[in-house]
Design a protein around this ligand. Structure first.
Ligand code: NDP
Length: 478
């Protein structure tokens, strides 16, 4: 049975209870993790308070070395970790490997910034006085992580938070705690001061809630649903905690009639079906110019039909199961609603048939046409392998429709006219726009949504600022 890690040591919960972690492809129990409690959060906070003076006093270069060492350990254990991730999350093994490499890359990126943490100096504020701008760690941070990319989304918080000298308490999703525990263990082995990094597993309603409420935890890095994010912000406000919120999305993709269609079709397929569509920045609405609509739809249908659906442990599988029965039910309801309102199923729209699919939460890749804009699948976030496709006449219509969403996470634009592409990128209300590119995340660029998609940034050197306090000092001549 897996254990939490508190004070650098494996720990069971004070509840003595365990949570089963099940494989979404087979329904089998992969392992059990402790069902943590409010007291377990208090233990982790006490450990962090003890460790913080030592960890934050280390030169940042030394903390960078610890992150570098963790990167080596993650690479060394890649196969074992990837299998565990596939078993608990459901994603194909090759995607699990990519996620672990992304996690390692993020830690490496922040390790590389270790000597670039700097404040400022204003030599002459007025006669006899100069100013200093100091950068200091915030203190203890909570990292609350969802189940869709449990490892890489944890890394987005740990990289900048640990490098900046904070202590961190991780709360993984209840359905995907196992790989996160192993990764935290490797970070501890790499030399994080015992107690400066803990992982407390358990329900959001108790463990998560206490992380939000505890006055000693000064910052919350949260990734999850917009509804939970609003709650996080409300509770954190009671203690004026800093928050970074990475929330839901409904990313539009616009393809103009001068685009490279084959590349765009590939990007649409990967963008929608990667991780079985359970990605915040998945392509969730596709807007095609009239002239290329038929050809594009045909090519995308052909491609999506070829995606091999099955257990992610099988080497040739491209689309694993949805993560839970609830996730699949939500997609089924959204598709049914679209059809009820006049939408047409082009491919998929149902579960695959056969004994191999009976125990898992499988759903076929699904493309929909003629879906009205008020359908749930357009208005809400669609967190599964279903994509509504729309016809547009020209750019202004495409941009207006793309912006008709409460979300503003990512967006993508396909055209050979670079000037037009930049014009569009300036007008689309999203935190990130890809031009003629698949939706790839880079550690070098800040990432974070606008509107209901979030607050603050992860990635980039910008994320470091979200894990540091800025303090000004005025120095007089005395
Ligand atoms: P949830 O909001 O349900 O859960 C996210 C995390 O919050 C889990 O660890 C959960 O714990 C915890 N949690 C739940 N309730 C509380 C609470 N009251 N207090 C504190 N913590 C709580 O999201 P999902 O796990 O369903 O994740 C999917 C969502 O994440 C999608 O909407 C997706 O778009 C979004 N996301 C956003 C990204 C971005 O960068 N913008 C990236 C990836 C995903 P438990 O599991 O125990 O319930």
């Amino acid at each position: 049975m897996a254990k939490m890690i508190i004070s650098g040591e494996p720990a069971e919960s004070t509840s003595g209870q365990w949570m089963e972690v099940r494989n979404p492809a087979t329904g089998e129990v992969v392992d059990k993790a402790p069902k943590g409690t409010v007291e377990d959060v208090h233990r982790a906070v006490a450990a962090a308070q003890k460790a913080l003076p030592e960890w934050s006093a280390l030169p940042s270069a030394r903390r960078g070395e610890v992150l570098h060492k963790a990167v080596h350990l993650i690479h060394e254990h890649e196969n074992e970790l990837a299998k565990l991730l596939t078993q608990e999350q459901g994603k194909p093994l090759r995607e699990a490997v990519l996620e672990l490499r992304r996690f390692a890359h993020t830690l490496e990126h922040y390790a590389g910034l270790a000597k670039n943490i700097r404040g400022g100096h204003i030599p002459q504020l007025d006669e006899g006085r100069y100013g200093l701008i100091l950068k200091r760690p915030i203190g203890i941070c909570g990292a609350i992580v969802p189940w869709n990319f449990p490892v890489s989304l944890m890394g987005n918080k740990l990289g900048p938070a640990l490098l900046a000298g904070n202590a961190v308490i991780v709360k993984p999703a209840s359905t995907t705690p196992l790989t996160d525990i192993r990764c935290v263990d490797l970070l501890c082995q790499a030399g994080v001061t015992p107690g400066a990094l803990s992982i407390v597993t358990g329900p959001g309603a108790t463990v998560g809630e206490e992380i939000l409420r505890h006055p000693a935890i000064r910052k919350i890095g949260f990734t999850g649903e917009t509804r939970t994010g609003k709650h996080v912000m409300e509770v954190a406000a009671q203690e004026i905690k800093r928050v970074t919120l990475e929330l839901g999305g409904s990313d539009p993709m616009i393809v103009a009639d001068d685009a490279d269609l084959d590349q765009a079709v590939s990007a649409a397929s990967v963008g929608r079906f990667f991780n079985c569509g359970q990605a915040c920045l998945a392509i969730k609405r596709l807007y095609l110019f009239e002239r290329i609509y038929d050809e594009f739809v045909q090519k995308l249908c052909d491609k999506a039909k070829r995606l091999n659906v099955g257990n992610g442990m099988e080497p040739d599988v491209r689309l694993g199961p949805l993560h839970t029965a609830g996730q699949r039910q939500e997609i089924e309801e959204q598709v049914a609603d679209a059809v009820k309102r006049g939408g047409k199923v082009l491919i998929g729209g149902k579960r695959p048939e056969g004994v191999d699919y009976e125990k898992g939460f499988f759903y076929l890749p699904t493309l929909l046409a003629d879906v009205p804009e008020d359908a749930r699948i357009v208005q809400e976030e669609c967190f599964g392998p279903a994509l509504p496709i729309f016809k547009v006449k020209e750019w202004d219509e495409a941009i207006a429709k793309a912006n008709r969403s409460i979300y503003g996470l990512g967006s993508s634009v396909w055209t050979r006219d670079q000037g037009r592409a930049l014009w569009a990128a300036e007008r689309i209300e999203s935190g990130y726009t890809w031009i003629n590119s698949a939706q790839i995340i880079y550690d070098e660029l800040p990432f974070g949504g606008v509107k209901w998609s979030g607050l603050g940034k992860e990635h980039g050197s910008e994320a470091l600022d979200y894990y540091m306090e800025t303090k000004s000092v005025v120095v007089g001549s005395g």
